[in-house]
Design a protein. Structure first.
Length: 360
């Protein structure tokens, strides 16, 4: 709290702060220790604000940073994010929220442009243009390709390949997102939902919702600044890219986009607007995926057919027992006919005609 309210002493209080990190999940780490462990090319202090340590460990925002061995601070207390935003920098290192858009890792673009200018590439005018364009909210970094940099060339080609998909997904989602773009922070997840550069993070949005006198108008405005980032290397995104080119009106593809957004909403720390609607979407997709598996439909048909056959057999048997008249055999007729003669009775039995019966 002192980092926020006591502006005169916050520089003395800041070294006392302790956080869990992606490299120290069991013990708390100070900012001084974080700066000492920073890589040579790391120019910022990266952090992620969540509601719990478990959520921070599994957040999709971490994937690329962990892959590059970059340490990230976990801000799990409600006041942590407000304190860090109030500090802005520590030992000339800027704090960077990895859940916001335009996350840059490694060398700063301005420094790279300056190096290429020293080599005679003539990139200083372009650097000046980028500097002034940033003040007008224009992101010209998408159009910059440094000669000889294979990663930049590959990134440019990927953007061109998936540009149609980004536009198609944005059309399906409408005002739910500000834009759809290729992600630089994902390696295993299909997509992630990030906040705008000046928007609220998912953690800050939860805090603002909890305020008794919260400004709902500001909340709705900040929601509209969310950005969906997709991973072009993920199979789901590749399938959707094929769908938008070959079957853009497919109802199944559109349902997949809606479910993809809702899933990214939860995995990125946001709360779904309608949990019941999300549940119905998941049930529908599960029914489509599991329908007919493990022979369920075939077994049901066989059971139904056997039940119908058994019912038919019982019905025919009952009809036969009710309608059929059993005629006596010829021998029975002879016996019955012979009984009609004179009866003779003795102590040992009796006789009827030619038949004799003995008592035992």
């Amino acid at each position: 709290m002192g980092c926020i309210e006591d502006s005169g002493n916050h520089k003395r209080i800041t070294p006392l702060l302790r956080f869990y990190t992606s490299k120290s999940e069991e013990e708390l780490t100070s900012l001084d220790e974080y700066v000492e462990n920073m890589g040579e090319n790391q120019k910022a202090i990266y952090y992620l604000a969540t509601d719990s340590l478990k959520s921070a460990k599994t957040a999709p925002f971490l994937e690329k940073l962990v892959q590059k061995d970059i340490e990230v601070l976990y801000l799990v207390e409600p006041i942590d994010e407000v304190a860090i935003q109030n500090l802005q920098t520590y030992k000339e290192k800027k704090f960077v929220d990895i859940s916001k858009e335009d996350l840059e890792l490694g060398w700063c673009l301005w420094f790279l442009l300056f190096i290429y200018w020293l080599k005679g590439e003539g990139y200083l005018p372009l650097a000046a243009l980028l500097f002034f364009s940033d003040g007008f909210g224009v992101n010209l970094m998408e159009f910059v390709v440094i000669p000889g940099d294979e990663d930049e060339v590959k990134e440019r080609e990927t953007k061109q390949e998936f540009n149609l998909l980004c536009d198609w997904i944005k059309q399906q989602l409408g005002d739910k997102v500000a834009k759809v773009q290729i992600s630089k922070r994902l390696s295993s997840s299909p997509c992630v939902l990030v906040s705008g550069k000046f928007g609220w993070s998912a953690n800050m949005e939860r805090l603002m919702k909890a305020q008794a006198l919260g400004d709902t108008a500001s909340l709705e405005f900040m929601r509209g600044r969310r950005i969906l980032e997709i991973n072009p290397d993920h199979p789901i995104i590749k399938d959707l890219n094929a769908a938008c080119k070959n079957a853009p009106e497919s109802s199944e593809a559109k349902r997949a986009v809606d479910l993809l957004y809702d899933t990214a909403l939860i995995s990125s720390g946001f709360s779904p607007d309608s949990p019941a609607e999300l549940g119905n979407k998941i049930y529908e997709m599960m029914a489509m995926a599991l329908g007919g598996r493990w022979g369920r439909y075939e077994d049901d048909d066989e059971v139904e057919a056997s039940e119908v056959g058994a019912a038919d057999t019982d019905t025919s048997a009952s009809e036969t027992s009710e309608n059929q008249v059993i005629e006596p055999s010829e021998k029975e007729r002879e016996v019955v006919g012979s009984v009609e003669g004179d009866e003779e009775v003795s102590d040992n039995g009796c006789s009827y005609g030619g038949l004799k019966f003995t008592y035992t």
